[in-house]
Design a protein around this ligand. Structure first.
Ligand code: 3PG
Length: 390
């Protein structure tokens, strides 16, 4: 796989696929490690006198965190200099790319606003390919965390353009190559349960986040209002529950939760459900039990927060677990953009963990031994030469 060290970028127009996807609270995008780290790659390309076009996503169509990237540009500007262009494949984007000078950067709008992002199979007719490839010299993928997605901005550009890995992607891949996860304790949380199921192969698992709730439902528990919320929010809810039912061996589940009552935090035992309250965190007894397990572990992989960390009241479970993992003397791998952000506000030093990845689903698949389409195309010789014509 080629890296930023393998090309001369002077006066070259570079398409940088970054992952800026961040937590959103009340329509406000929160500053994330992904944003800070992406700024470093942008700065390296600026120093190398490239003309930089950043392509990224936020959320997915239909979800509440699906937003324009205007706020991301503002946040990026704390660490680099970049102009937001509220267009991706139209005249505005075309003009802005053509007008770029050496060392300048622009951020195009949310790539997931273009339907063809989800249709890489349409290759030559693809609007993103048709609009951007003729304007670009080199494609840089710095979004390891999206490399499991067979989406246009990840898999198609290397077919037509000279391509390489950005520094962030390079760093992730190098760190992960060193990791052996046999006999590992998995702490699985976050909001993407389907990913977690891939790791339920017999290792000891501490379930938290939405995943922990789904495990309880799969075991037959009715959580009341939260069941309704999960049915609405979780893609393929029924199939997730069905799959989980068969794989709960060695999975430890929450025994209590924190719910929101009159804007505050209230603890409820699992036996007190079904309840009219929605769940926002694991409860204190669950935290104690999980900390005991963490103390005994030799290798730990934690993915996703234990609760709704965008609201400080509900960070407690995540912070307690993170502190216990940090105190453990064994190797720890921390994954998921949201969890990485939670570390930042928890006050626990990043250096206390073996490796803090900014990826969630991609990392999990990598750990589960799957090939990531985004990495495969970068390794492909044709990808490196960008030989195909559009
Ligand atoms: C992530 O947050 O894991 C990446 O940005 C990928 O997002 P996705 O799961 O919506 O594809």
């Amino acid at each position: 796989m080629k890296t930023l060290s393998d090309f001369s970028f002077r006066n070259k127009t570079v398409l940088l696929r970054a992952d800026l996807n961040s937590d959103v609270h009340k329509d406000r995008v929160l500053l994330s490690e992904r944003i800070k780290e992406s700024a470093k790659t942008i700065n390296e390309l600026r120093r190398k006198k490239a003309k930089i076009v950043v392509l990224a996503h936020q959320g997915r169509p239909g979800k509440s965190d699906f937003l324009s990237l205007r706020q991301h540009a503002k946040l990026l500007n704390r660490f680099t200099k970049i102009k937001f262009v509220n267009d991706v494949v139209g005249d505005k984007a075309n003009k802005a790319i053509k007008n770029l000078k050496q060392g300048q950067a622009i951020l195009l709008d949310n790539v997931r606003g273009i339907k063809d992002e989800f249709h890489p199979e349409k290759a030559r007719k693809n609007k993103l390919v048709k609009a951007l490839v003729p304007l670009i010299n080199i494609y840089v993928n710095d979004a390891f965390s999206v490399c499991h997605r067979k989406q246009t901005s990840i898999v198609l550009f290397p077919r037509y353009l000279k391509s390489c890995a950005g520094r962030l992607l390079e760093k992730e891949v190098n760190a992960l190559k060193k990791i052996k996860l046999k006999d590992c304790l998995y702490i699985l949380g976050g909001a993407k349960p389907e990913d977690n199921i891939k790791l339920l192969k017999g290792n000891k698992v501490l379930a938290c986040g939405l995943f922990g709730q789904l495990c309880l439902i799969a075991r037959g528990k009715n959580l009341g209002e939260q069941n309704k919320y999960l049915k609405k929010t979780i893609k393929n809810y029924n199939s997730v529950i069905k799959k989980l039912r068969k794989r709960l061996r060695n999975v430890e589940m929450p025994v209590d939760f924190a719910v929101k009552q009159r804007g505050g935090r209230k603890e409820l035992k699992v036996e007190e459900f079904p309840s009219n309250y929605e769940i926002f965190d694991i409860g204190e007894e669950t935290q104690e039990r999980y900390v005991e397990e963490i103390r005994k572990a030799k290798i730990i992989f934690m993915k996703g927060p234990a609760g709704y960390c965008a609201d400080r009241k509900f960070c407690k479970g995540t912070f307690v677990i993170l502190r216990a993992v940090a105190d453990n003397k064994g190797f720890s791998l921390i994954g998921g953009g949201h969890l990485s952000d939670a570390i930042e506000i928890s006050g626990v030093s990043r250096g206390k963990f073996g490796h803090v990845s900014l990826s969630g689903g991609a990392l999990l698949r990598f750990v589960a031994g799957e090939k990531l389409v985004g990495l495969e195309v970068l390794k492909d010789l044709r990808g490196e030469l960008g030989g195909e014509k559009i």
